[in-house]
Design a protein around this ligand. Structure first.
Ligand code: UDP
Length: 354
């Protein structure tokens, strides 16, 4: 039986990947400190005899060494993610994303274990050379802007991985583009789809940053997991970097309208300045679109799920799982708000709880 280590297995992409690996019969070892992942994401597997959970951080050398030694294949998906999270916790994020990844890669090299490294479309920074190809130049803003620390950190991880690769390690690097789907965490990462769905459920304004003309390519989780699996199986992928994403673009304003439609929410759409959300010093990527021809050619990667369909599936999951979905539909004009949701809402607005 193949033994697979998934770091960050309690996180969003990691937990979906583990579902697939367990389904196909692998033994899966999940290493996670639940800083952004949740035990809820792995709850269905806790009784599976082919599943083992190790509670620990990728910064802990001994724990990582033990996990890596016991595995045949490694998916390194543990990271501090989410732009808002990075901006608010820069030091911890840099440590986890750089030292943590260096730790996992060094152990993979030491024990000669194939590794699939999760990187990010964020490494392209704010480049306007579109669509993004793996070999393209990157364009990052100044180091005084914390947002770019994530791109810089992931780029260092890629350099490390490629150089361990040149010294004989089997390694594949994957750059993900705005992945979403069931289990997007409404609180931990603050990504835009999670945010809009929560706001739509609560009947709050959907907060579009700036003019809403910024463009992203939202990529549905099952398409991405299929690409990850192929990347781990195809020999020609070793030593290579791949964009994994759905190349269909959407502006953030269009996304807000789609979320309103799918949730049948009466929330207004409100344009807010970036600084209200991220603080004074912030820069955004205006347009982010992947060129996926390399992934198509070598991995036979093909995204199937449209944004409309992906949003329907995601909203259905969020209705069952978000605390904010507890708020009842407005009945005879006046919504009755359950106390827990109300307290949460007041806290978010920074209002006193008395
Ligand atoms: N965004 C927004 N409203 C929100 C959260 C995010 O308009 O409540 C915008 C954000 O400024 C960015 C885009 O949505 O332009 C995508 O943000 P996200 O944090 O999901 O990921 P990014 O692509 O920036 O890594």
């Amino acid at each position: 039986m193949r033994r697979v280590l998934v770091t960050g297995g309690a996180g969003f992409i990691g937990s979906h990947l583990m579902d697939f690996l367990l389904e196909r019969g692998d033994y899966v070892l999940c290493l996670d400190d639940c800083s952004t992942g949740t035990l809820g994401n792995i709850a269905p597997h806790r009784k599976n005899r082919r599943f083992e959970f190790v509670s620990g951080s990728i910064l802990q050398g001994r724990i990582v060494a033990k996990c890596v030694r016991n595995a045949d294949l490694i998916f390194h998906f543990a990271a501090a993610v989410g732009v808002r999270h990075i901006v608010e916790n820069p030091l911890r994020s840099i440590r986890v994303n750089v030292e943590g990844a260096a730790n996992v890669l060094e152990k993979a090299f030491r024990y000669k274990k194939k590794i699939i490294l999760a990187s990010s479309s964020e490494v392209y920074g704010k480049s306007t050379n579109l669509p993004y190809r793996e070999e393209d130049d990157r364009l990052l803003g100044p180091t005084t802007i914390n947002r770019w620390s994530y791109a810089a950190g992931k780029a260092i991880d890629e350099h490390l991985a490629l150089n361990y690769g040149r010294q004989g390690l089997a390694v594949v690097i994957l750059r993900f583009f705005n992945t979403y789907g069931p289990r997007i965490n409404e609180e931990a990462y603050g990504t835009v789809i999670a945010q809009f769905i929560r706001q739509a459920f609560l009947g709050e304004p959907l907060t579009v940053h700036g003019d809403g003309k910024q463009v992203r390519c939202f990529s549905y989780i099952t398409d991405i997991v299929a690409g990850i699996i192929k990347a781990s199986e195809i020999k020609a992928a070793e030593g290579e970097i791949f964009n994994l994403g759905n190349p269909n673009p959407s502006t953030i304003m269009e996304l807000a309208e789609s979320v309103k439609r799918v949730t049948a929410s009466l929330s207004p759409i409100q344009q807010v300045p970036y600084r209200d959300y991220y603080g004074q010093s912030y820069e955004d990527t205006p347009v982010r679109i992947p060129d996926i021809s390399k992934a198509k050619q070598i991995l036979n990667f093909e995204p199937f799920v449209s944004l409309a369909e992906g949003l329907r599936r995601t909203v259905a999951w969020c209705r069952r799982n978000y605390r904010s979905s507890l708020e009842p539909e407005p009945a005879n004009g006046r919504p009755k708000t359950p106390p827990a949701v109300l307290l949460d809402k007041l806290k978010r607005q920074g209002r006193p709880l008395s």
